[in-house]
Design a protein around this ligand. Structure first.
Ligand code: SF4
Length: 329
């Protein structure tokens, strides 16, 4: 079946103006999301993945700004640029078409409001929906995220565990039936068993609601279990983009390979873990040429001169590396 695009990010650059200079958080990114697809954005902290997620709903916080680019949304009508929506249209668009579960979401619930109040307020902010309809939808969504609606709706946030709060927030993000959901580090700050439960919940949502999803994570196992495609970000750019198995078993970028080698696997044979040497670059003062060259074991003189473009290296597989043919697992 032909893939149908729901979101297309074109030549997007986002910067933050700080006292020390300009932080180039996202640089000339082109990326699309298909209907019903799960796309993982992975990379170390500070690579620009959260900024990219926030840009999609035009919510980059000050002192950040979108320098250039457009984000086309193909909903049910004609495609339009999300970045050109006025304040009121954007307010209606968010949560109804694209919703986001933010990083550090565990602190996002108001401690003096019960779960029912959070759900009701969110629904009412987007229209005069009768309480009984909101309650029906709340029951269905809380069951979908494997919570007991009767008990949870009456609870205050402090009466819920971290995993339960995260599931409540996922349920709230689905309340207005969005077509796209962005989850920023949905399993961070949770213990390993709770992480597994959240992953199962997300798998269920993926199967049952046929949503398009973007997972932002530094956790490769989340990407491996839930994503159809994975985009690897480094220094504000996508350096590799591929279907999930190609990315993990046939990676063509030394940075992707470095990320994979640096984490243990619980299913495969024991192997030595090899950390990536060095640290991510300063986004105010980026190195010349390929931004990964100071840490790359494959780097040559050529890599120091110009940044390699993201090119096709296989079927639906793209990498930005001059020496991708030499990259071996
Ligand atoms: Fe390494 Fe050069 Fe490829 Fe960059 S272009 S990842 S420095 S081999």
């Amino acid at each position: 079946m032909a893939k149908e695009i729901i979101l297309s990010i074109e030549n997007l650059s986002v910067e933050y103006k700080v006292r020390r200079g300009i932080v180039k958080a996202v640089r000339n990114i082109d990326l699309s999301l298909n209907r019903g697809e799960s796309l993982a954005l992975i990379g170390e902290s500070g690579c620009g993945k959260t900024t990219l997620g926030l840009s999609i709903i035009n919510l980059v916080p000050s002192p950040g700004y979108i320098k250039e680019g457009q984000i086309l949304y193909y909903g049910e009508s004609e495609p339009f640029d999300i970045l050109s929506l006025d304040k009121e249209s954007l307010r209606k668009f968010r949560w109804k078409e694209i919703s986001m579960v933010f990083q550090s979401a565990l602190n996002a619930l108001n401690p003096v409001l019960r779960v029912w109040d959070h759900i009701r307020d969110t629904a009412k902010a987007h229209g005069n929906i009768p309480d009984d309809l909101i309650k029906k939808q709340a029951y269905e969504l809380l069951e979908l995220v494997r919570l007991e609606p009767e008990r949870v709706l009456k609870s205050y946030p402090h009466e819920l565990s971290g995993g339960m709060k995260q599931r409540v927030l996922i349920a709230i993000s689905l309340l207005l039936n969005p077509k796209v959901i962005i989850l920023d580090e949905p399993t961070t700050a949770l213990d390993i068993l709770t992480q597994k439960n959240i992953m199962k919940v997300l798998e269920d949502i993926k199967k049952r609601l046929n949503l398009s999803m973007i997972f932002i994570s530094h956790d490769l196992s989340l990407a491996a279990e839930l994503a159809d495609r994975v985009a690897v970000m480094y220094a504000g750019r996508i350096v590799e983009l591929a279907e999930v198995n190609d990315l993990f078993y046939r990676s063509k970028h030394p940075y992707t390979l470095g990320l994979i080698r640096a984490v243990p696997t619980v299913t495969a044979e024991f192997r030595e873990l090899i950390p990536i040497p060095g640290t991510p670059p300063d986004l105010i003062d980026l190195p010349s040429g390929c931004k990964f060259h100071p840490r790359c074991e494959y780097a040559t003189e050529e890599c120091l001169k110009e940044e390699p473009p993201l090119i096709k290296v296989g079927n639906d597989h793209y990498a930005s590396c001059y020496h991708w043919k030499e990259v071996k697992h």
